[in-house]
Design a protein around this ligand. Sequence first.
Ligand code: FAD
Length: 508
Amino acid sequence: MKLYNTNTQSPVSVLIVGGGTAGWMTAAALSAKLAGTGVSIRLVESAEIGTVGVGEATVPHIRHFNASLGFDEADFMSRTEATFKLGIEFRDWGRKGDAYIHPFAAFGRDIGGVPFHHHWTRARRAGRVPAGGLDAVSLPIQAARLGRFGHPSPDPNSFFSTFSYAYQFDAGLYAAYLRSYAEARGVVRTEGKVRDVSVSADGHVQAVTMENGERIEADLFIDCSGFRGLIIEGALKTGYEDWTHFLPCDRAVAVPCANDAPPAPYTRATARDAGWMWRIPLQHRAGNGHVYCSGFITDDAAEQALLAQLDHPPQATPRRLRFTTGKRKRQWVGNVVAIGLSAGFLEPLESTSIHLIQLGIGRLLDLFPTSRDMDPLDAVEFNRLMDLEYERVRDFIILHYVATQRDDTPFWNHCRTMAIPDSLATKMDLFKERGIVTLYRDGMFLEPSWIAVYLGQNILPDQVDPRAALVPDAEIDRLIAMEAENCRRAASSMPAHGEILSRYKAQV
Ligand code: FAD
């Protein structure tokens, strides 16, 4: 972050419009990281409009966000009814009847300097992989299947250091948790609806006017108003890059129900005829939803399909949502930065939205304006970085749809044969030809994640690294069997997931 020269530069005033997960994450982070700089932060939100009310599963990076604010894990998890998340189980994606978990970990270790997946592919082609398949050589998958959880070891030499984890939490409670943190650090909250946005001739926003007539001025506006993009789109007409041709799902219906006890330490995503369903186990309930493509199923049929597979009665009226996958053409325009759903949405298959919020906040802090006159270069750099992140996440999500062998419904026929971005096509070609994943050392999903989806959805390379053949088959079999045994033993030694949650609850 740039530092202020207090003689020549004045701290800015910030107005955050919106108090969902994006608004309160932004308020909490800015209040902590800009403390002492003189920057003032105000947030407006409308209880009447409410929040999107979903968004419960995360990726491991959220732990860094929480830690940077000094959150205690036991306190945070207990107050947000959170569970641990070791990965996502994908059912029926490659073929009907298939199931694999995308864990936050690599499968196996390099053997003879050659990545494990090359040896695995050779052994699998020769019909020599042990029972349990790839799951058998993943500690977090073994733990997830057993309903166990243990914290990774900080010792890089420990077998227990080889995985990571995230959380599943009640998004409403998380926003409340962040709110009390932010308010304690000086963030001023205003309840009410923004009625109007005043834009000056140079395209900068001057103020918002509330329904009660109050005019709120600021130097920097952060649009966290959700899908509507009240300022970035409503006032500034920035435009939206529509990615529906790559990610055709455009609707969702969500409903909570009671959860199994103890809750599972992973999210489930089950492919359906015209989309997929999620199940996110929390401590006090399970979140369920059906994400679907309106071109292939009606809203009523999608809702009925969701309700029909619940194993406990619904706890609320199902909530229907509409969205367009894509992103705002620019996320920082003049003195307005869009964060959250106002910036874009890529559908929740890999639980990436909250992470994109976190990235937006991080980039904003890196480029935070040092004076009331915004430097246009800040916006250029912010937009470049965020575009890159959105495109990387987009490609990884598309992979799940296109890497299917399903031909049982018109929706899956469409997904299997649809055009994909060149950036993804190149990656897939390199993997299919020679198992190469070295282009993946960027973005939030690294090599292990791509390998999990490729192999989990039966995409095997035609050739593997020729060096893999230099290690004798018997040695590979021995090492794979040993890895599987280590994973089995380590997972069995972990405490039950529910036990840790109860211990945490008892501490607060
Ligand atoms: P919202 O929650 O919509 O908040 C908007 C805020 O703006 C509200 O406070 C509202 O009152 C305020 N506002 C709007 N207009 C006005 C106005 N005129 N005046 C005053 N205030 C106003 N993300 C994940 O990371 N993991 C998931 O598992 C996940 N699942 C999802 C499932 C679905 C079906 C959908 C649609 C999204 C999912 N997401 C998920 C995304 C996640 O829900 C959002 O990224 C997150 O909740 C942030 O939303 P937000 O704060 O941008 O918007």
